[in-house]
Design a protein around this ligand. Structure first.
Ligand code: B1M
Length: 221
């Protein structure tokens, strides 16, 4: 099979939620010399974008979304160690979770993988994380950054609730707050008082490093 055929197969089979074949094609792609980034950005992510578009049009329903998500998650498990290969030294601690009321985690997991790859120590709290849990874990791990993911317009307001809870616990000036997720915008992030927003995983990594650098410079200045 050519690289193009493998990528097309990955796109098509993710769309159909054929997890075993997506896994097989992922392994076949790697064996044939395809880079993990290409598998991710040229096939898996575009396929999930198409799943979302079909859901919006009413051509797909929740079960189709679920099996496509599962197929992608299976491939991500294979790609995870390869994407994280460069992780040599710890550049900072990042506490991450999907906000309360929201169970989407593929995008969050991808950000985590890229952060680990860039040398961050990542504490992942999973999905549906309530504000009190974020507060407790910020106090326990003392991360440089706490990240909130939200993928629904209805759960985005949890950013503000989380920031308020962290503020109330007296921890706000100790931790950088980053937010992200499909419906989130820079304007929204600024309005709720987050320190940073990124639209995708690689921008998130770049911004995380930049924000930590700024904070460390402020402390030593
Ligand atoms: Co849902 N879902 N879903 N879903 N789902 C979306 C998000 C939706 C946009 C689909 C659509 O209508 N087009 C829509 C939200 C609409 C809105 O609010 N505006 C939607 C809906 C409506 C729902 C339900 C309400 C459906 C229902 O029940 N009627 C329901 C809600 C459940 C809940 O959470 N309470 C629901 C359920 C599900 C499944 C469980 C079936 C499944 C999730 C599986 C899983 O995650 N384990 C699912 C899926 C798969 C999707 C779509 C199709 C794909 C999401 C995805 O994984 N994208 C999605 C459509 C879409 O996004 N196109 C959709 C790929 C991923 C790599 O991208 O998630 O954007 P993304 O992550 C990016 C960036 O956002 C960024 O980096 C990531 C990597 O580049 N990023 C950050 C993420 N977090 C970050 C944090 C940062 C920085 C950057 O700093 C801290």
């Amino acid at each position: 099979m050519t690289h193009e055929e493998i990528l097309k197969g990955l796109y098509d089979e993710t769309l159909l939620g054929n997890a075993p074949l997506v896994l097989e094609l992922t392994n076949a792609g790697l064996a044939a010399g395809l880079g993990p980034e290409s598998i991710l950005f040229d096939a898996l992510i575009p396929s999930l974008e198409e799943v979302g578009a079909r859901f919006e049009r009413g051509d797909f329903f929740v079960p189709e979304m679920l099996i496509a998500g599962k197929a992608m998650a299976g491939a991500l498990e294979v790609l995870r160690p390869l994407l994280a290969l460069t992780g040599a030294e710890t550049v900072g601690k990042f506490l991450m979770g999907t906000v309360k009321g929201d169970v989407h985690d593929i995008g969050k997991n991808l950000v985590n993988i890229m952060l680990e790859g860039a040398g961050f120590t990542v504490y992942d709290l999973g999905v549906n994380v309530p504000p009190e849990k974020f507060v407790e874990q910020v106090a326990e791990h003392q991360p440089d950054i706490v990240g909130f993911s939200a993928f629904l317009t209805t759960t985005m307001p949890m950013f503000k609730a989380n920031i308020n809870a962290i503020d109330k616990a007296g921890l706000r000036d100790k931790v950088i707050v980053m937010v992200g997720g499909a419906p989130v915008t820079q304007e929204y992030a600024t309005a709720v008082g987050a320190d940073g927003y990124a639209a995708d995983a690689s921008t998130a990594v770049r911004l995380a490093k930049e924000l930590i650098k700024q904070k460390r410079n402020l402390v030593t200045a």
